[in-house]
Ligand binder design. Structure first.
Ligand code: GTP
Ligand code: MG
Length: 203
């Protein structure tokens, strides 16, 4: 994937606020703090484009980043969106807010017409937890290709990497889900080419 330009396009807190230009979308979903915003930044090579934070709950809307559509071409349909989603199941907001986001994320991954693929991020250091499990179930209803992305691999040894990847494969197989798995580190910019290849393939 060659990045010629990238810019923040909009923050959509509701379904009605999603763009209507029909450009293809690629979404990053996962629990809060798993590294969605960091992965997006690493992918486009812009460290501070999407806001990241050690405190969960940083991203509070569907944040749209427009790639390869220079301002001059805005009228055309060139380019695509990378969409940074709020953390799934973030606990520190009100129950109502949490339920509203979960509904919005659920609707987005199942009904959003321009969506081409969902990257489901899972922290490589931990067992998939209850929220990951819920997200796997929710994403089962998505009609688009899904790619499992293990994040923060720089925190693992070589052996741990192999075993975490094998573990996730078994975990998915046990649930009848056969997804490609990409091991990544936003910190070390590992796995970005592979993520980029998926985008190229699915565009
Ligand atoms: P929310 O927006 O709250 O849902 O979080 P997020 O999934 O967007 O996570 P974010 O990218 O903000 O990263 C959360 C924390 O993990 C930050 O402190 C990052 O620096 C750290 N982090 C993200 N990616 C990596 C990585 O590849 N390696 C390491 N070591 N830390 C990472
Ligand atoms: Mg974020």
């Amino acid at each position: 994937m060659k990045i010629r330009s990238v810019e923040f396009a909009r923050a959509a807190p509701t379904w009605a606020a999603l763009p209507d230009d029909g450009r293809p979308e690629f979404a990053f979903v996962g629990r809060s703090n798993v590294g969605k915003s960091s992965l997006l930044n690493a992918l486009v090579g812009r460290k501070h484009l999407a806001r990241t934070s050690g405190t969960p709950g940083k991203t509070q809307a569907l944040n749209y980043y427009l790639v390869n559509a220079p301002t001059a071409d805005r009228g055309g349909l060139e380019g695509f969106y990378l969409v940074d989603l709020p953390g799934f199941g973030y606990a520190k907001v009100s129950q109502q807010q949490r339920a509203a986001w979960q509904r919005l994320i659920g609707r987005y991954v199942t009904e959003r017409a321009p969506l081409r693929a969902v990257f489901h991020l899972i922290d490589s250091r931990h067992e998939p937890a209850k929220l990951d499990e819920e997200l796997f179930e929710l994403l089962r209803g998505s009609p688009v290709p899904r790619i499992a992305v293990l994040t923060k691999a720089d925190k693992l040894s070589k052996n741990q990497r192999r075993s975490r990847e094998a573990h996730l494969k078994r975990y998915l197989a046990a649930r009848g889900q056969d997804l490609p798995i990409v091991l990544t580190s936003a910190e070390k910019r590992e796995g970005m080419e592979e993520v980029g290849r998926w985008i190229d393939t699915l565009l």
